[in-house]
Design a protein around this ligand. Structure first.
Ligand code: MD3
Ligand code: FE
Length: 217
C-alpha cells in the first residue's frame, strides 16, 4: 500500500466535534457536494446579487450578503429584519435550491434535530480582510429551531462567546465543507468571524462563502 501524501481528499470521511453544549461541527460534511452547492449559490446570486448591507449605526458590512427562500435578511439605517422581498429588485427572493435545503435538513438530522425545514437561507461572501463582528442572531421567529451553517472555500477563524458581549470567547477554525449545527443553548450566543486571511481555494478563488439556514418567518 502506497500512501499518497498529496491526496488531500479524505476518502469521504466526516467526523463530529462538539464546540460547546448544543453546538456540533460536522467536519467535511459538505465536501463531496461542494461543487453543486457553489453552483446553486451562483444561480441564487445571479438573481439576487451579493450586496454590502448598511447597519442601523451607519456602518457598511465588510462581508456581502444574498438570500434565498421565502424570507431573506435585510439591514439598513432603519434596522435589521427579515423580508419576503429583495429590497433591491423589489422581487421575492429566489427559491431555495433543493440541494441547499436538503443538505440543511440532513445536517440537522445528523445532529439530532428532526424535520428541520428552513425558510431562510443567507449567503455571506468574505473577500480577504472581511470579517463579522460579535453579534447575536435574534431576528428569527423560532429560537427552538437550530441554525445550520456551511463553510465553503477559504478557511476562517470563528469566534464563539457567551450570552453577554463581553463574555470570554473561544476560537474555532472552520474549513471548506465544515457544517455547524447551532441549537439549544448555543443558539443565542455571541459569535463572529475574524478577518479572513489571504488564501485561495479552487472552488471559490480568494473568497470564503458561508451559507446559513434558519427558520425565520
Ligand atoms: C452561532 N455568519 O450570518 S456562521 C451570520 O461565517 C453569521 O458567515 C457567520 O454569524 C459566517 O449570522 C458565522 C456560524 C453561525 C451562524 C449563526 C449562529 C454561528 C451561530 C447563531 C447562533 C450561534
Ligand atoms: Fe450570526
Amino acid at each position: 500500500m502506497n500512501y499518497d501524501l498529496f491526496d488531500l481528499s479524505n476518502n469521504g470521511d466526516t467526523w463530529t466535534e462538539e464546540i460547546c453544549k448544543d453546538a456540533l461541527v460536522l467536519r467535511q460534511f459538505a465536501v463531496a457536494q461542494a461543487p453543486e452547492l457553489m453552483q446553486a449559490v451562483t444561480e441564487v446570486t445571479t438573481q439576487a446579487p451579493f450586496r454590502h448591507m448598511q447597519t442601523p449605526g451607519g456602518y457598511t458590512m465588510s462581508a456581502s450578503l444574498s438570500s434565498c427562500g421565502s424570507m431573506g435578511w435585510v439591514s439598513d439605517r432603519v434596522g435589521y429584519r427579515y423580508s419576503s422581498h429583495d429590497p433591491q429588485s423589489k422581487q421575492p427572493w429566489p427559491a431555495m435550491p433543493e440541494i441547499l435545503s436538503k443538505l440543511a435538513t440532513e445536517a440537522a438530522e445528523a445532529a439530532g434535530y428532526h424535520r428541520f425545514y428552513p425558510d431562510a437561507c443567507l449567503i455571506n461572501r468574505y473577500t480577504p480582510g472581511a470579517k463579522m463582528s460579535l453579534h447575536q442572531d435574534r431576528n428569527e421567529r423560532d429560537y427552538d429551531a437550530p441554525i445550520v451553517s456551511v463553510s465553503l472555500g477559504v478557511p476562517a477563524t470563528f469566534l464563539f462567546g457567551g450570552m453577554q458581549r463581553g463574555d470570554k470567547t473561544i476560537k474555532v477554525p472552520l474549513a471548506h465543507g465544515d457544517v455547524v449545527v447551532w441549537g439549544g443553548e448555543s443558539r443565542l450566543k455571541f459569535h463572529g468571524i475574524l478577518p479572513i486571511k489571504a488564501g485561495y481555494h479552487s472552488l471559490t478563488g480568494e473568497d470564503r462563502i458561508n451559507i446559513t439556514f434558519r427558520v425565520a418567518g
